[in-house]
Ligand binder design. Sequence first.
Ligand code: AP5
Length: 208
Amino acid sequence: MKMVFLGPPGAGKGTIAALAKDYYGIPHISTGDLFRSNIKNETALGLQVKSILASGGLVPDSVTIEMVRNRIAEPDCEKGFILDGFPRTIPQADALAEMTGLDAVVDFQISTEAVVARLSGRRMCPSTGRIYHILFNPPKVEGKDDETGEDLIQRDDDKEEAIKHRLEVYTAQTEPLIKYYTDKGLIKGVDASVAPDKVFENLKKALA
Ligand code: AP5
């Protein structure tokens, strides 16, 4: 199964991908996670993209496309993958179409008010990437990762100004992909406004 998770920032793509990767037995490839890992390890790519991610803007298409091309060429992607956060522009979608076919593009449907509430309360474990929410999915011990006990962090781009910019960028550059993939007959709409286990049920039904 080769699928793309499409939806606004904070729609829950990463949360549901963590469940879907085990259920479908395919890797979860998040371009945001790949960039954040490069930033953490202070690679040349990480230094190049650090300020772009903090502001909520998009990394140039050429850089992102090459990173995904290399990742999906790895052996674990032979049976399929979940692409989370890619493509985000029409040129990225055109480039992906040249690399591989797709079975489905899942559109996570949710209101702007709900995503702002989700993003502003999100916390994550810096080493494992595990995602929490201070109200909707709190850790067992406040501020600590459930398994490693590490201090949780707030992403730089989950601050108010960056959230606003990310939503504007989504509307201008990424939302047009819904029509792009609808025209190709690939879109599967999923109600993402409900609790994670319900969203996951909605996803399985949409893909059945
Ligand atoms: P990326 O990491 O992809 O960010 P995003 O698309 O903005 O998505 P998020 O990770 O913010 O949200 P999500 O939908 O995964 O929600 P989550 O599950 O965490 O990209 C970051 C940056 O990298 C971009 O801004 C850009 O700079 C760069 N980048 C990445 N890809 C790029 C590309 N293709 N081209 C160019 N640049 C690129 O959930 C959010 C919160 O809600 C959590 O706290 C969670 O616990 C909670 N939650 C989740 N589901 C539910 C639920 N059902 N009910 C209640 N709470 C929930």
